[in-house]
Design a protein around this ligand. Structure first.
Ligand code: SD4
Length: 305
């Protein structure tokens, strides 16, 4: 049985390397995805996920995360979680029960404490300086400013899929604002009978199209992972342009039950993928009408985390 893994943005590379070692070793997609996302969450050089994430307009780092198991369809999420580096762990714990699968704000914080998770100061000197600078500039909330969610989908050798996300959300967002990342079907979705997906981009744009669910639905109806991903993003982008004159950034990673992957994006977007025949590699996807141009990431011309 084959295994496969795909993740958003170049910053996922080290995590995917770790995750693929686990998949190779016949460990579960759940273990691989959690391990891989931990790598991104704890890395202080990435200011859009976990530790050192960029804060909201009040200077507080509030994180969102989601987790879904394609075998059981159990899903969990946390929104506006504070002082926790590994928000994805709390989302995973939320996915286990019959109730209380999605927790936000104070409730999410209390639940994390009840799990014995240590509170950490999330704001680093560097992210605080970026905050002060942005405040000084008095810029309006920018819709998309290189602010990136880590989203992953993996297939293990037992044929099970998992998809998950983790993010500190939009820089300078309102206190309590959540994006698509903790919304089941918007930021992430997976079903062993159809495939898995995860999104990154402007949450407000992604959530009104329930785009992760939509892409998985298309795979269930027989589309390839690539067709499902690119048609979902292309059609949604066209629809938004017709309705309001523009469409904010949307990128989608998809995987079908055979472990084949696909990308949909309306911006230049970097992702990482690997399977039993290919070592982890960073690629760039560029939209070209209804199609997507894919090529290897090039450090000289591509400057995407
Ligand atoms: C959000 N979707 O909070 C996230 C941000 C993001 O790439 O993914 N940026 O809206």
């Amino acid at each position: 049985m084959r295994w496969s893994m795909i993740a958003t943005w170049k910053m996922s590379y080290d995590g995917v390397k770790k995750g693929t070692c686990l998949l190779k070793d016949n460990k579960s997609a759940k273990e691989a995805v959690l391990e891989a996302i931990h790598e991104v969450e704890k890395n202080e050089n990435y200011h859009s996920v976990g530790y050192s994430g960029l804060p909201n307009e009040q200077g507080v780092v509030q994180c969102d995360a989601g987790f879904m198991d394609g075998e059981t369809l159990q899903a969990g999420a946390v929104g506006a979680l504070e002082d926790v580096v590994h928000a994805v762990d709390v989302a995973y714990e939320c996915s286990k029960g019959r109730f209380n699968n999605v927790l936000v704000g104070e409730g999410a914080n209390e639940f994390a404490s009840s799990l014995g998770i240590k509170k950490e100061t999330m704001l680093t000197k560097e992210s605080y300086e970026k905050y002060l600078q942005r405040k000084e500039e008095k810029l309006p909330l920018s819709s998309y400013d290189g602010h990136d969610t880590v989203g992953m989908v993996a297939l293990d050798q037992q044929g099970h899929l998992v998809s998950a996300t983790s993010t500190s959300g939009l820089f300078m967002k309102k206190k309590g604002r959540i994006g698509d990342s903790p919304l089941i079907g918007s930021g992430f979705y997976c079903d062993d009978e159809a495939g898995g997906a995860a999104a990154t981009g402007v949450g407000e744009e992604i959530m009104r199209g329930c785009l992760s669910y939509e892409a998985v639905r298309r795979m269930k109806e027989g589309m390839s992972a690539q067709q499902a991903a690119s048609s979902t993003v292309y059609e949604w982008t066209e629809k938004m342009i017709l309705k309001k004159g523009y469409c904010d950034a949307i990128s989608l990673i998809c995987m079908n039950v055979q472990g084949e992957v696909g990308i949909g994006t309306n911006i230049k977007f970097a992702f990482v993928c690997a399977d039993e025949n290919h070592e982890p590699q960073v690629f760039v996807a560029i939209p070209d009408g209804k199609d997507i141009i894919l090529r290897a990431y090039d450090d000289h011309q591509d400057h995407l985390d």
